[in-house]
Design a protein around this ligand. Structure first.
Ligand SMILES: Cc1cc2nc3c(=O)[nH]c(=O)nc-3n(C[C@H](O)[C@H](O)[C@H](O)COP(=O)(O)O)c2cc1C
Length: 189
């Protein structure tokens, strides 16, 4: 289904979630690679990640990373992250603000590790930490890849904002939880 900008808030909200779900399964989906924003000492930090899963009923989205990467220590000090998606064909931007829980060495991270395609294991097995200087990239545990550094960034969505560009007039909708229920508001684009 395409974006029908005159649909009700509920329909557009559900459509945003269904597009996120599709992005987790389709490597060609425009929302596959959001910019994940964190803060470090008052400075915004951003990087591209892959959205790995969503669970709308619990307002959850998640990504995977190496626990030694700077974003993880940033999230330990300030467990908030923004996620920015843009679909240039549909001309729809989505911004989410989230509260992030880091899962490493627990049941959640084990379950996700077991579901990974083994070709992905090496991404979490560099000998040196991501972001450190190295003349070449060496790997740990090539014989049996290890999940020690594998982290699931489980993000609870606190607000969700859609901007739909349209020649008849752009539409901007802001959703937040009020008394346990998602409520949408129309904003000036
Ligand atoms: C297309 C693309 C997808 C990426 N996906 C991820 C990802 O899912 N998880 C991740 O940790 N890094 C991913 N990266 C690398 C990050 O953008 C970033 O360079 C790395 O995680 C280090 O980030 P940090 O130093 O801010 O922690 C991806 C990069 C690109 C270009």
């Amino acid at each position: 289904m395409a974006w029908e900008i005159h649909s009700s808030f509920d329909v557009l909200f559900d459509h945003a979630w269904s597009q996120l779900a599709r992005a987790t399964a389709d490597p060609r989906h425009a929302w596959r690679y959001p910019a994940l924003g964190t803060v470090a000492a008052g400075m915004p930090q951003q990087r591209t990640v892959v959205i790995r899963g969503v669970r709308q009923a619990e307002s959850l989205v998640w990504a995977y990373t190496d626990g030694r990467s700077p974003k993880v220590s940033q999230l330990q000090s300030q467990p908030k992250a923004s996620w920015l998606f843009y679909d240039p064909k549909a001309r729809v931007q989505l911004v989410m603000h989230t509260q992030v829980q880091i899962h490493n060495g627990d049941e959640v991270s084990r379950t996700h590790w077991e579901r990974l395609n083994p070709v992905q294991y090496k991404d979490y097995n560099t000998a040196q930490a991501p972001g450190t200087q190295a003349a070449q990239v060496d790997y740990l545990n090539e014989e049996s890849w290890d999940s020690t550094h594998f982290c699931v960034l489980m993000a609870k969505v606190l607000t969700l904002e859609l901007l739909m560009l349209n020649s008849e007039g752009h539409v901007r909708l802001h959703f937040s939880v009020v008394d346990g229920i998602w409520v949408g508001q129309k904003l000036v684009p």
